[in-house]
Ligand binder design. Structure first.
Ligand code: ARG
Length: 425
């Protein structure tokens, strides 16, 4: 046999093998490369074991595999919300939450997870849940019992006694304390270890007071530098990224200096802290939509009068500071605090980010490649699992009928959502 004959034979064998493995072919009219903002026209995404095995010209796609026809659509990677609470019911704020159990919250999370996925959010980072309800929800989704986004979960938010995340609603006779409370470098280290022991993928702590918690000051720092450093080092040693809830300036700066991966909320950030974030490569995850829900519907949803008053000092300033941070070129990832507001409306914040200074591409990048990079979640070959439509990533995507770079609101209502190569709507 001549060499050419051998190679023809081998090529024939090889292509049948490839055809046999491709489970789905997703035909895409306009495929957005979120790294550059360029569209690739008439492509076919080949899917094997739920992941992208190749992206080829549409006419090169193997025949015989199951076909998803998005040839008339604009397609972006599945969106990522880096700050959600799928087990929180947004109608049960304040004292209403006291009668909830982690079990009940996990069951609530089933419909919240589905609503989130239907909205095009195929991955979420769940930043805080009681009783490991988030771990159970994640595992039920991974086991295929229920439909939902891929979840990276934080389990118990770590905070100081009486801080944002502790239960401060009842007097001392009830002896109520959240499971995430830890004080001093040793206790915070052991709390990180405990969260990881029971299933946490990521770590969250409260670096300042918060809006929704009773008796906490959004401007006041929680934890000294040594405590933050111990917590973050421990998490990093175990391969976990760390998110810091931080509104106040001092807490923001302290958490950045201690090496945190992302600042959540970031409301009172100033020029100096913006510089510090740039220097350390810290991401800002600023939830610039949620204020509208809190101020318009919060009272009906049980939000404490004290929290409504605090929100009035935070909301607008946070948006103005977001605009400053965008101009300065700080790394940004998309996070909305869903659970404080209604699940499934996660996409609404995109237009707010554009209104407050981002280009539509930047807003989409925040919710895809930036979030995926911050998650630092990779497959065995070191390729990103989520946030990009590239070989090795999960075949998660969102399709809309018009160009989202000119009509960002189109992403609020996807025509089709695909997870692991399968349509979910
Ligand atoms: N979970 C946050 C807190 O309680 C919500 C803050 C919402 N407000 C805002 N403007 N982003 O502090």
């Amino acid at each position: 046999m001549k060499l050419t004959q051998v190679s023809v034979l081998l090529a024939g064998l090889f292509s049948t093998v490839v055809v046999a493995q491709v489970e789905q072919v997703i035909q895409v009219g306009h495929l957005l490369d979120v790294r550059t903002g360029n569209y690739q026209k008439n492509k076919a995404i080949l899917v094997e074991a739920g992941r992208i095995s190749a992206i080829v010209d549409a006419d090169q796609a193997p025949k015989g595999a199951q076909l998803v026809d998005l040839s008339q659509h604009y397609v972006v990677p599945g969106l990522i919300d880096m700050h959600v609470h799928l087990t929180s019911d947004p109608q049960k704020h304040g004292y209403r939450g006291l009668v909830e159990t982690p079990t009940r919250e996990a069951i609530f999370g089933v419909s919240a997870a589905k609503a989130t996925l239907n909205a095009g959010f195929t991955t979420v980072r769940n930043l805080g849940a009681a009783g490991y309800a988030d771990v159970s929800l994640r595992d039920a989704i991974n086991d295929g019992e229920i439909q939902g986004p891929r979840m990276r979960v934080a389990a118990n938010t770590i905070c100081i006694t009486g801080g944002h995340c502790d239960n401060n609603l009842l007097p001392h006779i009830y002896n109520s304390r959240s499971a995430g409370v830890a004080n001093g470098p040793d206790e915070v280290r052991s709390k990180v270890r405990e969260n990881i022991k029971y299933g946490a993928d990521v770590i969250k702590f409260a670096a300042t007071g918060g809006v929704m918690s009773k008796n906490t000051d959004v401007n006041a720092s929680q934890y000294n530098f040594d405590e933050m450093k111990a917590l973050i080092d421990e998490a990093h040693d175990r391969g976990r990224i760390v998110a810091a809830h931080a509104h106040g300036l001092q807490g923001i700066k302290r958490a950045i200096a201690a090496g945190v991966d992302s600042i959540e909320h970031g409301s009172f950030i100033d020029d100096e802290a913006i510089k510090l974030a740039k220097k350390h490569g810290t991401y800002l995850v600023m939830d610039v939509y949620v204020s509208d829900f809190i101020l318009s519907e919060g009272e009906k949803a049980g939000i404490l009068p004290e929290s409504l008053a605090k929100e009035k000092t935070v909301g607008l300033l946070q948006r103005q500071n977001f605009q400053k941070a965008v101009k300065a070129g700080v790394k940004m990832a998309y996070g909305t605090d869903a659970g404080v507001y209604t699940h499934g409306l996660n996409g609404r914040q995109l237009a707010y980010m554009v209104q407050w200074g981002m280009t539509p591409l930047q807003a989409i990048q925040a919710a895809t490649v930036n979030a995926g990079t911050l998650l630092n979640w990779k497959n065995e070959q070191g390729q990103h699992n989520v946030g990009v439509l590239e070989v090795g990533a999960y075949a998660d995507l969102v399709a809309v009928p018009v160009d989202p770079l000119t009509q960002i609101k189109a992403l609020e209502q996807p025509a089709m959502v695909v997870k692991s190569g399968q349509p979910v709507l």
